[in-house]
Design a binder for this molecule. Structure first.
Ligand SMILES: [Zn+2]
Length: 395
């Protein structure tokens, strides 16, 4: 397939790409609660109508992944196109001038929750599979398409897909999260910690009889104020960050609090394993305990997704850049992103190279008035189509 053909096929399918994106937006799947099965069914029907296989994998009541496969010639490992079916909830509807589930078209933009993150990306990948099938394309390796449930919370669908052997034989993964059709090859990890301090209640008029867990938490916050998860500076991701997210303690002014909790959102870069970072935090708490016999604290990991990155000289990255060059004469310079994706669950050991490329705008994810541009949807479809056609070629 030539770049001209890929561009033409995507352009001619522009109404169909728009219609599929609208159908996905008009089938709400806010998570929580995440009732993604209805969206999975829209995709299943689309694949079946195009003569592709389609399988719903039910995981919980109303929750499912959808998987489709376009068989290849067996001359290259499989290529995985991956996305997620759920969205964050719409939030304050007053902040929207468009119906979050309307899929309204205005000035070349499709509005709705999930338009950017990432029903637009899912539609573009699905349409690339459909167009490849219609064009009679047999790729060098199988194309596997998966859209998962639960990405916005616990990555339920990605865990299930991986544990069912979904990555067996896969040699590359393309995730259609919003990148404004730029090339992202590294993402930060997320390590969320909950620290709890313990004390002893007493009447507020006799504080010396109690142990104040909030004052103990004050010590924790001071000890962690300058905490750096690692010294590494990644060329694309920069440095790790720490954000103190929540702070809770006490329930009544006249009661000495016996418990306080704080949660920390750390965004990490490749290098230091998360277990080592947790140990460093524990070390600081141990030092406080050594200096204060009444100090008692506990640290708990509440989210643990490693940073994952593909080297810029991997063939998959070179191929993506060549496809961008041949389609639009554009150099897709590899970049890094702060957000995490299902890649952290699918590829935690970094053994399978991946990149992120999608038509959505990263800045619009989780925002009111979320939209995706039709032009970007069509461009992304052409990209996924040509990338598939060239998969297995030396780039
Ligand atoms: Zn997303």
């Amino acid at each position: 397939m030539t770049p001209e053909e890929a561009r033409r096929l995507a352009q001619e399918a522009s109404d169909e790409i728009r219609a599929l994106t609208q159908a996905l937006i008009r089938t709400p799947s806010p998570n929580p609660p995440g009732r993604e099965q209805a969206v999975a069914e829209v995709l299943k029907e689309k694949f079946l109508a195009a003569g592709l296989s389609a399988e719903l994998v039910s995981l919980e009541e109303g929750r499912a992944n959808v998987i489709s496969r376009l068989p290849g010639r067996g001359q290259a490992p499989a290529l995985l196109y991956a996305g997620h079916l759920d969205t964050v909830p719409p939030g304050e509807t007053a902040a929207w001038t468009h119906d979050p589930y309307g899929g309204e078209l205005s000035d070349g933009r499709l509005y709705g929750r999930g338009a950017s993150d990432m029903k637009g990306g899912v539609a573009a990948q699905a349409m690339a599979a459909v167009l490849a099938r219609r064009a009679g394309l047999t790729p060098a390796g199988d194309l596997i398409f998966v859209a998962t449930c639960g990405e916005e919370t616990d990555s339920l669908g990605a865990h299930a897909f991986r544990h069912a052997g979904g990555l067996d034989g896969v040699g590359g993964v393309v995730i259609a999260e919003p990148s404004a059709n730029e090339l992202f090859i590294a993402e930060k990890g997320a390590l969320w910690l909950e620290v709890t301090t313990y004390g002893r209640t007493a009447h507020g008029s006799m504080p010396h009889l109690g142990i104040n867990a909030v004052w103990k938490m004050h010590k924790v916050l001071s000890a962690l104020a300058d905490f750096q998860p690692s010294e590494e500076r990644h060329p694309l991701l920069g440095r790790a960050t720490v954000s103190l997210g929540t702070l809770n303690g006490g329930f009544k002014t006249n009661v000495v609090p016996d418990r306080a909790t704080a949660t920390f959102d750390m965004r990490t870069v490749p290098g230091r394993p998360h277990a080592e970072i947790v140990a460093l935090v524990q070390e600081r708490l141990d030092r406080l305990a050594a200096a204060d016999p009444e100090f008692k604290a506990e640290v708990k990991v509440i989210k643990d997704l490693p940073s994952v990155a593909t080297a810029a000289d991997e063939p998959i990255v070179r191929l993506a850049r060549r496809v961008g060059h041949d389609l639009w004469d554009r150099d897709l310079l590899p970049q890094g992103v702060n957000y995490y994706t299902d890649a952290a669950v699918l590829l935690p050991e970094g053994k399978i190279p991946f990149f992120i490329f999608g038509p959505g705008q990263p800045a619009l994810a989780h925002q009111p008035e979320e939209y995706v541009e039709i032009e970007k949807l069509v461009e992304a479809t052409a990209f996924f189509l040509l990338f598939l056609a060239r998969w297995g070629e030396r780039a």
